[in-house]
Design a protein. Sequence first.
Length: 313
Amino acid sequence: MAMEQLQEECTNTEVLMNALYQHRALENFLMKKAIPFLENKLEAAEKVVLRWQERATKAENRIEYLERQLQEKEKLVHHQKSVNDVQYQIMMKTGSVMGEVVWKSFKSHATVKMLVDAEETMDKYCAMSQGFVESFLGTYNGCMPPQKSLEHVFVISILGALTNFAAFSEGRAFLAKRHSGLLLMERLLQDQAKWSINHCRNMKRMVLTFVYNFSLVDNVAYFLLSEEKLLNAVLTCVRLNDSSDVVGVAVAIVYRLLTISLQAGIPSALPEKIPWSMVREMTASPDSKLVEIAKNLIAVMESGAGSLSFQSC
């Protein structure tokens, strides 16, 4: 019995010693390897965190700096825009007034002849006018600036001046020699189809009058006859319910083109394209000018002869 008890105590002691050995081995591992390893990892992580904190601080400072810069630039841009808007309005007002002066002065035959003689100056004016008109058409996607705006007044004064210039034989002959003149006419004639008769009545009439006056040059008339898209742009304006002053100019263009094609013996699809039933109804219009033009158009188709004088605006 004593022997068994002694053996059991020895076994327990051995178990305890093994446990103590394992504990000391684990303690030794923790103290010499695990804890230093974790401390190194923690220290490295702290360094990484510190670096990122420094970067974040720098980034925040940079963002604050850029925000201040942006605010300053926005203020500067806003101020500059205000200044530019004022300058633009002044320029538009000045341009509109000067444009109207030129527009009215071009009603004088003597002025037009003098400008034709000053070829270089007139070339510059025509180039400038074309640039202005196409710039505004481009800005408004082929449409006209708002009717009550200074831009609208400015553009219509330019077109009015060119229309009056083309009303005289010397003026339209001058324009016909310049390719830019044909390009401007082509652009205006096609774009006016987009314009509402209610909002752009005066502008449409102005463009059509310019085209009519310009078409009194035979080569220009031949050019119009050769371009179906331009003929269609004119014919779309021959409408019963639109303003008679606009329709009247469109019918006058058709009359001119039909006359020149018959006189020159040029084959043309124009007679078949003309809405003759509408033209006949126009002879009952209360507008005496439209009645006269419509009757002349019918007469030239029936007799192959006729003539019209230029129109000014």
